[in-house]
Design a protein around this ligand. Structure first.
Ligand code: DGL
Length: 274
Protein backbone atom coordinates (compact mmCIF):
# COMPACT_ATOMS: atom_id res chain seq x y z
CA UNK A 1 0.00 0.00 0.00
CA UNK A 2 1.27 3.52 -0.78
CA UNK A 3 1.92 5.77 2.20
CA UNK A 4 -0.30 8.87 2.30
CA UNK A 5 -1.56 11.54 4.67
CA UNK A 6 -3.79 8.87 6.14
CA UNK A 7 -0.60 7.64 7.78
CA UNK A 8 0.30 9.63 10.86
CA UNK A 9 3.28 9.54 13.17
CA UNK A 10 3.86 11.21 16.50
CA UNK A 11 7.28 12.76 17.09
CA UNK A 12 8.28 13.62 20.63
CA UNK A 13 11.01 15.62 22.35
CA UNK A 14 11.43 17.94 25.32
CA UNK A 15 11.86 20.89 22.94
CA UNK A 16 12.98 21.71 19.41
CA UNK A 17 15.59 18.94 19.12
CA UNK A 18 13.15 16.53 17.52
CA UNK A 19 12.83 18.93 14.59
CA UNK A 20 16.23 17.70 13.41
CA UNK A 21 14.66 14.25 13.15
CA UNK A 22 11.34 15.50 11.82
CA UNK A 23 13.19 17.39 9.02
CA UNK A 24 14.80 14.12 7.91
CA UNK A 25 11.51 12.21 8.09
CA UNK A 26 9.71 14.90 6.08
CA UNK A 27 12.47 14.79 3.45
CA UNK A 28 12.06 11.02 3.06
CA UNK A 29 8.31 10.73 3.67
CA UNK A 30 6.75 14.07 2.66
CA UNK A 31 3.34 12.44 2.30
CA UNK A 32 3.07 11.25 5.91
CA UNK A 33 1.16 13.38 8.46
CA UNK A 34 3.10 14.48 11.52
CA UNK A 35 2.14 15.47 15.04
CA UNK A 36 5.06 16.87 17.03
CA UNK A 37 4.81 17.09 20.81
CA UNK A 38 7.37 19.26 22.62
CA UNK A 39 7.23 18.72 26.36
CA UNK A 40 8.36 22.25 27.17
CA UNK A 41 6.65 21.94 30.57
CA UNK A 42 9.33 19.45 31.65
CA UNK A 43 12.28 20.74 29.52
CA UNK A 44 15.19 20.05 29.83
CA UNK A 45 15.11 16.26 29.96
CA UNK A 46 18.88 15.87 30.17
CA UNK A 47 19.08 17.01 33.78
CA UNK A 48 15.93 15.27 35.11
CA UNK A 49 16.28 12.34 37.49
CA UNK A 50 15.73 8.99 35.77
CA UNK A 51 12.60 8.22 37.78
CA UNK A 52 11.08 11.66 37.11
CA UNK A 53 11.65 11.21 33.37
CA UNK A 54 10.14 7.71 33.29
CA UNK A 55 7.10 8.84 35.32
CA UNK A 56 6.54 11.92 33.17
CA UNK A 57 6.54 10.07 29.87
CA UNK A 58 4.58 7.04 31.02
CA UNK A 59 1.90 9.40 32.40
CA UNK A 60 1.81 11.71 29.39
CA UNK A 61 1.66 9.19 26.55
CA UNK A 62 -1.72 7.46 27.03
CA UNK A 63 -3.68 10.68 26.38
CA UNK A 64 -1.46 11.62 23.40
CA UNK A 65 -1.97 8.19 21.85
CA UNK A 66 -5.66 8.33 22.57
CA UNK A 67 -6.10 11.68 20.87
CA UNK A 68 -3.80 11.34 17.85
CA UNK A 69 -3.95 7.60 17.17
CA UNK A 70 -0.51 7.53 15.56
CA UNK A 71 0.68 4.52 13.62
CA UNK A 72 4.17 4.91 14.98
CA UNK A 73 5.86 7.01 17.66
CA UNK A 74 9.34 8.47 17.30
CA UNK A 75 11.00 9.40 20.58
CA UNK A 76 13.26 12.00 19.01
CA UNK A 77 15.26 12.47 22.17
CA UNK A 78 18.36 10.55 23.23
CA UNK A 79 17.93 11.43 26.92
CA UNK A 80 14.49 9.78 26.86
CA UNK A 81 15.21 6.90 24.46
CA UNK A 82 18.24 5.66 26.41
CA UNK A 83 15.96 5.25 29.43
CA UNK A 84 12.23 5.10 28.75
CA UNK A 85 11.76 2.95 25.61
CA UNK A 86 11.18 -0.33 27.45
CA UNK A 87 8.72 1.34 29.85
CA UNK A 88 6.74 2.97 27.04
CA UNK A 89 6.64 -0.19 24.95
CA UNK A 90 4.95 -1.97 27.84
CA UNK A 91 2.09 0.54 27.70
CA UNK A 92 1.26 0.37 23.97
CA UNK A 93 1.24 -1.91 20.93
CA UNK A 94 2.13 0.99 18.62
CA UNK A 95 5.73 0.73 17.36
CA UNK A 96 8.01 3.07 19.32
CA UNK A 97 11.16 4.13 17.46
CA UNK A 98 13.95 5.45 19.66
CA UNK A 99 16.82 7.78 18.86
CA UNK A 100 20.08 6.78 20.54
CA UNK A 101 23.67 8.01 20.04
CA UNK A 102 25.28 6.89 16.75
CA UNK A 103 28.24 5.21 18.50
CA UNK A 104 28.29 2.27 16.09
CA UNK A 105 28.86 4.23 12.84
CA UNK A 106 31.38 6.49 14.57
CA UNK A 107 33.33 3.46 15.79
CA UNK A 108 33.23 1.98 12.27
CA UNK A 109 34.44 5.18 10.63
CA UNK A 110 37.16 6.33 13.02
CA UNK A 111 40.75 5.98 11.88
CA UNK A 112 42.38 7.33 15.03
CA UNK A 113 40.13 5.30 17.38
CA UNK A 114 39.49 8.43 19.42
CA UNK A 115 35.84 9.49 19.28
CA UNK A 116 33.76 12.00 21.18
CA UNK A 117 30.21 11.69 22.46
CA UNK A 118 28.46 15.02 22.85
CA UNK A 119 25.11 14.59 24.58
CA UNK A 120 23.11 15.69 27.61
CA UNK A 121 24.32 14.98 31.17
CA UNK A 122 21.62 12.29 31.41
CA UNK A 123 22.58 10.49 28.18
CA UNK A 124 26.30 10.32 28.97
CA UNK A 125 25.49 8.74 32.37
CA UNK A 126 23.05 6.09 31.17
CA UNK A 127 23.78 2.37 31.45
CA UNK A 128 22.32 2.10 27.91
CA UNK A 129 25.06 4.40 26.59
CA UNK A 130 27.74 2.36 28.39
CA UNK A 131 26.35 -0.74 26.66
CA UNK A 132 26.49 0.95 23.25
CA UNK A 133 30.14 1.81 23.88
CA UNK A 134 31.08 -1.67 25.09
CA UNK A 135 29.14 -3.41 22.29
CA UNK A 136 30.40 -1.29 19.39
CA UNK A 137 33.36 0.87 20.42
CA UNK A 138 35.43 -1.32 22.70
CA UNK A 139 38.47 -0.71 20.50
CA UNK A 140 38.11 3.08 20.85
CA UNK A 141 38.76 5.74 23.41
CA UNK A 142 35.39 7.44 23.88
CA UNK A 143 35.42 10.91 25.42
CA UNK A 144 32.00 11.77 26.82
CA UNK A 145 30.87 15.35 27.22
CA UNK A 146 27.46 16.00 28.82
CA UNK A 147 26.13 19.51 28.42
CA UNK A 148 22.92 21.28 29.19
CA UNK A 149 24.28 24.61 27.93
CA UNK A 150 24.47 23.38 24.33
CA UNK A 151 20.81 22.35 24.48
CA UNK A 152 19.92 25.90 25.52
CA UNK A 153 22.11 27.32 22.73
CA UNK A 154 20.23 25.24 20.15
CA UNK A 155 16.87 26.39 21.58
CA UNK A 156 18.09 30.00 21.29
CA UNK A 157 19.30 29.54 17.72
CA UNK A 158 15.94 28.18 16.53
CA UNK A 159 14.30 31.30 17.96
CA UNK A 160 16.59 33.46 15.83
CA UNK A 161 19.18 34.40 18.53
CA UNK A 162 22.96 34.28 18.10
CA UNK A 163 24.85 31.20 19.33
CA UNK A 164 27.60 31.86 21.89
CA UNK A 165 30.89 30.57 20.46
CA UNK A 166 32.51 31.08 23.85
CA UNK A 167 29.97 28.73 25.52
CA UNK A 168 30.72 26.16 22.81
CA UNK A 169 34.48 26.54 23.18
CA UNK A 170 34.33 26.08 26.96
CA UNK A 171 32.00 23.07 26.67
CA UNK A 172 34.11 21.38 23.98
CA UNK A 173 37.39 21.73 25.89
CA UNK A 174 37.67 17.99 26.75
CA UNK A 175 37.41 17.25 23.01
CA UNK A 176 39.67 20.10 21.89
CA UNK A 177 42.43 18.71 24.10
CA UNK A 178 42.45 15.45 22.06
CA UNK A 179 44.52 16.02 18.91
CA UNK A 180 43.71 12.51 17.61
CA UNK A 181 39.94 12.97 17.75
CA UNK A 182 38.33 12.35 14.33
CA UNK A 183 34.61 11.59 15.00
CA UNK A 184 32.11 13.30 17.29
CA UNK A 185 28.70 11.72 17.86
CA UNK A 186 25.94 14.28 18.28
CA UNK A 187 24.02 12.29 20.90
CA UNK A 188 21.33 14.88 21.46
CA UNK A 189 18.77 15.76 18.80
CA UNK A 190 19.21 19.46 19.55
CA UNK A 191 22.84 19.44 18.44
CA UNK A 192 22.52 19.03 14.63
CA UNK A 193 21.16 22.60 14.67
CA UNK A 194 24.56 23.73 16.00
CA UNK A 195 26.56 21.85 13.34
CA UNK A 196 28.15 24.91 11.64
CA UNK A 197 29.22 26.39 14.99
CA UNK A 198 30.45 23.03 16.36
CA UNK A 199 32.42 22.42 13.17
CA UNK A 200 33.90 25.92 13.43
CA UNK A 201 35.14 25.24 16.97
CA UNK A 202 36.23 21.62 16.45
CA UNK A 203 37.83 22.14 13.04
CA UNK A 204 37.35 20.41 9.69
CA UNK A 205 39.22 17.24 10.49
CA UNK A 206 36.50 16.17 12.91
CA UNK A 207 33.44 14.49 11.44
CA UNK A 208 30.09 15.12 13.17
CA UNK A 209 27.69 12.16 13.14
CA UNK A 210 23.99 12.19 14.02
CA UNK A 211 21.17 9.66 13.82
CA UNK A 212 18.64 11.66 11.75
CA UNK A 213 18.81 9.90 8.38
CA UNK A 214 18.94 6.43 9.94
CA UNK A 215 15.81 7.20 11.97
CA UNK A 216 13.97 8.46 8.88
CA UNK A 217 14.82 5.21 7.06
CA UNK A 218 13.72 3.15 10.07
CA UNK A 219 10.42 5.06 10.21
CA UNK A 220 9.80 4.41 6.50
CA UNK A 221 10.52 0.72 7.02
CA UNK A 222 8.09 0.48 9.96
CA UNK A 223 5.30 2.36 8.17
CA UNK A 224 5.73 0.29 5.01
CA UNK A 225 5.62 -2.95 7.02
CA UNK A 226 2.45 -1.81 8.79
CA UNK A 227 0.85 -0.74 5.52
CA UNK A 228 1.70 -4.07 3.88
CA UNK A 229 0.30 -6.00 6.83
CA UNK A 230 -3.05 -4.27 6.79
CA UNK A 231 -5.46 -3.11 4.13
CA UNK A 232 -7.25 -0.82 6.53
CA UNK A 233 -6.79 2.87 5.77
CA UNK A 234 -6.21 4.94 8.87
CA UNK A 235 -8.82 7.64 9.30
CA UNK A 236 -7.27 11.05 9.60
CA UNK A 237 -9.42 13.50 11.52
CA UNK A 238 -10.17 16.82 9.83
CA UNK A 239 -8.46 19.02 12.39
CA UNK A 240 -5.16 17.32 11.63
CA UNK A 241 -4.90 17.98 7.90
CA UNK A 242 -1.84 20.19 8.43
CA UNK A 243 1.16 18.97 10.39
CA UNK A 244 0.49 19.81 13.98
CA UNK A 245 2.87 21.08 16.70
CA UNK A 246 1.90 20.78 20.36
CA UNK A 247 3.51 22.42 23.38
CA UNK A 248 2.62 20.97 26.79
CA UNK A 249 2.72 24.44 28.36
CA UNK A 250 1.62 27.87 27.19
CA UNK A 251 4.70 29.97 27.77
CA UNK A 252 6.29 33.10 26.29
CA UNK A 253 9.39 31.23 25.09
CA UNK A 254 7.15 28.79 23.20
CA UNK A 255 5.34 31.66 21.45
CA UNK A 256 8.70 33.01 20.34
CA UNK A 257 9.22 29.76 18.45
CA UNK A 258 5.89 29.67 16.63
CA UNK A 259 6.89 31.76 13.55
CA UNK A 260 9.92 29.50 13.03
CA UNK A 261 7.91 26.25 13.09
CA UNK A 262 6.39 26.91 9.68
CA UNK A 263 9.86 26.50 8.13
CA UNK A 264 9.83 22.96 9.49
CA UNK A 265 6.40 22.24 8.01
CA UNK A 266 4.23 22.85 11.09
CA UNK A 267 1.32 25.11 10.16
CA UNK A 268 -0.85 24.42 13.19
CA UNK A 269 0.36 25.09 16.72
CA UNK A 270 -1.51 24.23 19.86
CA UNK A 271 -0.83 24.62 23.58
CA UNK A 272 -2.15 21.94 25.87
CA UNK A 273 -2.03 22.16 29.62
CA UNK A 274 -0.60 18.81 30.53
N1 DGL B 1 16.81 16.62 22.54
C1 DGL B 1 17.00 15.84 23.68
C2 DGL B 1 18.04 14.75 23.52
O1 DGL B 1 18.21 14.25 22.42
C3 DGL B 1 16.84 16.42 25.05
C4 DGL B 1 17.47 17.70 25.43
C5 DGL B 1 17.03 18.09 26.84
O2 DGL B 1 15.84 18.35 27.03
O3 DGL B 1 17.89 18.08 27.75
O4 DGL B 1 18.66 14.31 24.44
Amino acid sequence: MKLSRAHRILIFDSGIGGLSISDEIQALLPQVAMVYVADNRTYPYGTLSEQALIDRMVNLFPSLIDRFQPEAIVIACNSASTLVLEHLRKTTDIPVIGVVPAIKPAAQQTESRVIGLLATPGTVRRAYTDRLVSDFANHCQVIKVGSRELVDEAEKKLRGHAVSISVLTTTLQPLLSQPELDQVVLGCTHFPFLKPELQQVLGDKVQLIDSGEAIARRTRYILNSLADASNKTTTNTDDLKADHFIFTKDHLSAHELVPHLVKHGYQQVEFIDQ
